[in-house]
Write a protein that binds this ligand. Structure first.
Ligand code: IPD
Length: 277
């Protein structure tokens, strides 16, 4: 729900700005990839960061500051600041950095706007496919693709759990991956199939657009899912976290209305709570 007393035109303008800066940042990312870049590591040896992640984040931080100087910012590579307007931007300059570094086309710029702590607008833009997913709270979710008319998103097909194609992802710490892999080994015989595509924001948009039936992941950061989660729920998907909790860093699950309950029950039965501790 929108914060009480919210001006719809503010949400509309935050939505418009999220799309504008995500698409602009996508151009910076593509140009940076073509020009060559440095690759370093962060939390573990498998958690990559490139010079382009930092350049795109710097570009986004400057563009948002220029447009709305009083807003706060939470950004993956650390360009965060406290604002005074009640709006905070949550950005992942390149979600899917490993794909980006390897030359795989599945990565995105993710930009979300929070108003008084609620995500009210967001955009996930894949610079390689030029696909732009976006949403504003209460106004639905949209996919803009080259050569096609903009499409309102309606979530995945209706499918039973035994045939559902479910996306997931893995963290960067070995101990966490071992637990996640064990859970997937127990899940796989009970569903249609698994996909690990490598960019959480795009996984969420894939459920919104019906390319995946569901998605879950343990251990995400807010910037990985802030925009994608709004896009999925505005497309009519059901989002949940651990039993009795909202979606969050410990668990994000998204599915169509018919699948959400059975999937959540199955994940609980398979011990998702223990692996997300
Ligand atoms: C990662 C990707 C990946 C997910 C990881 C995230 P990053 O984000 O979204 O799909 O499995 O949990 O950390 O590091 O590429 O921004």
């Amino acid at each position: 729900m929108a914060p009480s007393g919210t001006d719809g035109s503010l949400i509309a303008s935050l939505h418009e700005l999220s799309v504008q800066v995500a698409v602009g940042a996508g151009k910076v990312a593509r140009a940076g990839r073509a020009g060559g870049f440095e690759v370093g590591t962060k939390s573990t040896d498998t958690d990559l960061v490139t010079g382009v992640d930092r350049a795109v984040e710097g570009w986004l931080a400057a563009a948002l500051h220029h447009a709305r100087p009083d807003d706060g910012l939470l950004a993956e590579e650390g360009a965060s600041r406290t604002g005074t307007s009640g709006v905070r931007w949550v950005i992942d300059p390149i979600d899917g950095t490993v794909n980006f570094a390897l030359g795989l086309p599945q990565y995105a710029v993710s930009v979300a706007a929070e108003l008084d702590g609620t995500v009210v607008a967001g955009c996930v833009h894949n610079p390689e496919s030029a696909e732009t997913y976006s949403a504003a709270l209460g106004a639905g979710a949209l996919l803009v693709q080259p050569g096609r008319s903009p499409r309102a998103l309606g979530g995945p097909r209706s499918v039973e759990l035994a045939r559902a194609v479910v996306g997931t992802g893995f963290g960067y710490a070995g101990w966490q991956r071992a637990r996640q892999g064990e859970l997937v080994s127990r899940l796989l015989p009970r569903i249609g199939d698994i996909r690990r595509l490598g960019a959480a924001s795009l996984d969420l948009c894939a459920v919104a657009s019906g390319r995946l039936d569901a998605y879950f992941e343990v251990g995400l950061n807010h910037w990985d899912y802030a925009a994608g989660l709004l896009i999925a729920t505005e497309a009519g998907c059901v989002a949940s976290g651990l039993p009795g909790h909202e979606p969050g860093p410990r668990l994000v699950t998204v599915a169509g209305a018919g699948l959400a309950g059975p999937l959540a029950e199955l994940l609980t039965g398979l011990g998702i709570e223990a692996i997300s501790a």
